[in-house]
Ligand binder design. Structure first.
Ligand code: ADP
Ligand code: GLC
Length: 489
């Protein structure tokens, strides 16, 4: 079959700009599509924090019509995803993207012009395809930030011969963020007010960019089979469940994979010692090194790691409620994260109160995240909802058993401990309450102390799991072909 021309449009991409797992996916999936022979390219903003050493400017300035704001001009820098031949285009516009942080100011408040910033990125994606003379088969957008590309394809560019054979795919990584803005944004989108209706863009009299993408994309995907079902329910659909139900036949759940070049305990250059399922001795070295680094007593106790955005989605209010009881157990906890200001104070205070048991690093630290995965015995994810989740998979690869709330991708990737046989690759609970969390951590800790033979077996079972992107990339190609078919191409 003929190779496809695919354009990825996204607000983040590892290693250039990252706030969470979206960046991991956008920075990895294209490598696998490229390896399968497809011509895939990535468009993203050039935030001030992006290292552009290996990029060079191309073309003249790119004109991007922004409706009532008028045409905006931007620079385009071209580079590659490191270690690959995947082209990456950075959209350079000082006013929109001249900030270091992706979405928020220093106080954690979203930038005032996030609406225009990402409508601009979406429209720039369309214009760039034309400037490069790259006629894509597939326009693949991610989350609300670039969902408007699907709307543009069906409206402004509907009769443009450049996009004649193009279908669109929108991947939903997170329904909680939808890009809901004042309806005046219609004048910037410039697709015509007739599209401001409940079936397309309008919700509660506002523009909802994610909704626009959901209604206009040729096909939809999300990042795990369970979340694909969940998001069509009122509990998880964040008020778009009914819209999604109308597209149930066009929605698939494809589990994210892991970039095993980056996450591999046998080769990881960021950890104290290497280890593998065949020889776990290096993991003990990593554990001691982690305890030392985090100023915890170097003792043989279960260490529970947490690496996360500290936001409502991840259930830290429940961890906060449970923490007093958790720290009654003979354990140590290591937390790395940043997010809602209350969490910084709260967990900072807990670390000051329990210096022997609880260590906390507020901030973003890529290298430390590897050392926590390698040095912990368990990894806690109390997510209220989790479209896929990557850290539970990274944990398993590092022989660190996840303790998780069984929702979304956590349900799909963690199989529960069976104490009669000593099998499983993690510990799961259902119902996000402090009581259930404490009980399940207690269960894991009890197993650590009383059934070390089960723990070892589980670690090996976890480490031997396959999380390759190859299979998921194949599923995406199948989705692209379905989209083209639906489009009659
Ligand atoms: P989400 O995208 O919802 O945040 P995922 O589990 O899919 O959740 O991905 C989170 C990614 O971000 C992982 O690669 C994780 O290691 C990383 N991460 C989150 N917070 C931090 C942090 N404070 N420091 C380093 N890495 C972090
Ligand atoms: C989102 C989700 C997370 C998922 C990631 C990558 O940020 O919260 O569960 O793993 O996107 O798809």
């Amino acid at each position: 079959m003929k190779p496809l021309k695919i354009i990825f449009s996204a607000s983040e991409c590892h290693p250039f700009a990252k706030s969470g797992g979206l960046a991991d996916v956008v920075g990895t999936l294209p490598r696998y599509l490229k390896a399968a022979g497809h011509d895939v390219r990535i468009v993203m903003p050039r935030y001030a924090s992006v290292d552009t050493t290996d990029f060079k400017p191309i073309g003249g300035p790119l004109g991007v019509p922004m409706g009532i704001i008028g045409e905006q001009w931007c620079g385009v820098l071209e580079g590659k995803l490191p270690g690959s031949e995947v082209p990456v285009y950075l959209i350079e516009h000082e006013v929109y993207f001249g900030w270091r942080d992706l979405y928020n100011d220093e106080e954690g408040v979203g930038y005032m012009d996030n609406d225009n910033r990402f409508v601009f990125l979406s429209r720039a994606t369309m214009q760039l395809c034309k400037m490069l003379d790259f006629a894509p088969d597939i326009l693949h957008s991610h989350d609300w930030h670039t969902a408007a590309t699907a709307l543009f394809l069906n409206t402004i560019y509907a009769d443009d011969p450049h996009f004649k054979n193009c279908a669109s795919v929108l991947t939903l990584h997170n329904m909680q963020h939808q890009g809901r803005f004042y309806n005046g944004l219609m004048n910037v989108l410039d697709v015509g007010w007739e599209h401001f209706n409940f079936r397309e863009i309008e919700q509660f009299d506002q523009v909802n960019l994610l909704k626009a993408g959901i209604t206009h994309a040729t096909m939809l995907s999300t990042v795990s089979p369970t979340y694909a079902q969940e998001l069509m329910t009122p509990e998880f659909g964040c008020e778009l469940d009914s819209t999604l139900r109308t597209r149930a036949h066009d929605l698939v759940g494809i589990l994210n994979g892991v970039d095993t070049d980056e996450w591999n305990p046998a080769r990881d250059t960021l950890i104290a010692a290497h280890f593998s399922a065949k020889d776990l001795s290096g993991k003990a070295v990593c554990k001691k090194a982690l305890q030392k680094e985090m100023n915890l007593p170097v003792r043989d106790v279960p260490v529970i790691g947490i690496i996360s955005r500290l936001v409502n989605q991840k259930g830290f209010d429940v961890v906060a409620e449970a923490i007093g009881d958790l720290l009654q157990m003979d354990i140590q906890m290591v937390l790395l994260g940043s997010g809602e200001p209350w969490t910084h104070f709260f967990f900072g205070d807990i670390a000051a109160l329990y210096p022997q048991k609880f260590a906390c690093r507020i901030g973003y630290d890529h290298a430390l995240s590897h050392r926590i995965e390698a040095g912990s015995d368990f990894f806690l994810m109390s997510s209220r909802f989790e479209p896929c989740g990557l850290n539970q998979m990274y944990s398993q690869i590092y022989g660190t058993l996840p303790i998780v709330h069984g929702v979304g991708g956590l349900e799909d990737t963690v199989s529960n401990y069976d104490e009669s046989r000593g099998t499983g690759d993690g510990f799961k609970f259902y119902g996000l309450t402090a009581h259930n969390l404490i009980n399940t951590v207690g269960w894991a800790v009890h197993t650590w102390y009383n059934h070390p033979e089960h723990l070892k077996k589980m670690r090996i079972q976890a480490m031997e799991k396959e999380f390759t992107w190859t299979r998921s990339a194949e599923a995406y190609v199948e989705l692209y072909r379905t989209a083209l078919h639906r489009r009659g191409v």
